[in-house]
Design a protein around this ligand. Structure first.
Ligand SMILES: [Zn+2]
Length: 293
């Protein structure tokens, strides 16, 4: 029998899913925009299915910062318009760094999840240190996070997740533009197929990598929060506690195969920093390995 705690030592499964869902939902909005602008509004004057161009669409859409501008020029101009549109739309609809600019300062929609995961890491450290016999002050994780070096670390995790998300939105816009360009250049003028090609890239790159980013970013913040807290509590050595997985066929369980080596190995705090996550789905943690002096 695998308990919830053994199955998810980080206690972050729900939060990872929520952040992944927040990112995926924004990419889904982007897909809706692709359908609205390329199919319904037909901003490029494409055909319904074959290669014959149709006239102006009668559907009008209120103009917004993320919309594809009406383009009736050359093929090259249409490809350029799509590239510009996808860059703007991924930035506005998914990355959402405006109006914060480069100074996101914890205001980004991902930040509450990242800060929360870091604080969950602090709680993990406090709980496991108490269990190992350390005298841990009875303090809320949020209060702990507000002192010492924690604020700087949280800030850097928040920045890193936004940077990672920027990487995902940039890759999505680039790949979707390339996909559109390849299809369009080879003579495909079907608005349905072209929208499909773009949205396939949004699924395979944007949503897939966005969900991975959520799991990695939160596991990383959790791990760092726990390591920083271990240091404050005077813990010098830690040992891995690998996630227990259930083998569906046998009905019994074992530790995650990729992280098995962590189990029972002893590391200094410095060595252990950056060791989690080992892989995108990693749910492992470290525990204190030396008794209180
Ligand atoms: Zn792991």
């Amino acid at each position: 029998m695998v308990t919830a705690q053994e199955n998810d030592p980080q206690n972050l499964v729900d939060e990872k899913r929520r952040l992944g869902g927040a990112i995926a939902g924004r990419f889904r909005d982007l897909k809706g925009l692709v359908i609205a602008d390329l199919i319904e509004r037909d901003a490029l004057g494409l055909s319904l299915s074959g290669s014959t161009a149709v006239g102006e669409s009668s559907i009008s859409v209120t103009s917004g910062a993320s919309h594809l501008s009406e383009t009736r020029g050359s093929d090259a101009e249409k490809v350029a318009a799509v590239g510009d549109w996808l860059r703007r739309a991924t930035t506005n609809e998914v990355l959402e760094t405006e109006p914060f600019g480069n100074d996101i300062s914890g205001n980004h929609y991902t930040s509450t999840y990242v800060t929360g995961a870091y604080e969950t890491g602090i709680r993990h450290a406090d709980r496991s240190a108490r269990a190992a016999g350390y005298d841990v002050p009875d303090e809320e994780a949020a209060a702990v996070a507000g002192a010492g070096n924690h604020a700087n670390r949280i800030e850097s995790h928040n920045r890193r997740v936004v940077d990672d998300l920027r990487g995902v939105t940039t890759a999505t816009a680039t790949q979707a533009t390339r996909q559109f360009s390849d299809e369009f250049s080879s003579g495909n003028r079907s608005r349905y197929q072209l929208a499909d090609e773009i949205n396939d890239r949004v699924d395979k790159i944007g949503i897939t990598r966005g969900r991975t980013l959520a799991r990695v970013g939160l596991a990383r913040a959790h791990h760092d929060g726990s390591m920083e807290r271990f240091g404050e509590l005077g813990i010098e050595l830690v040992t891995g506690r690998a996630e227990h997985v259930r083998f569906t066929t046998a009905g019994d369980s074992g530790v995650c195969a990729q992280c098995r080596f962590l189990e029972g190995n002893v590391y200094t705090l410095e060595e252990a920093r950056g060791m989690i996550p080992q892989h995108p789905g990693c749910r492992c943690v470290f525990l204190p390995a030396n008794p209180p002096s």
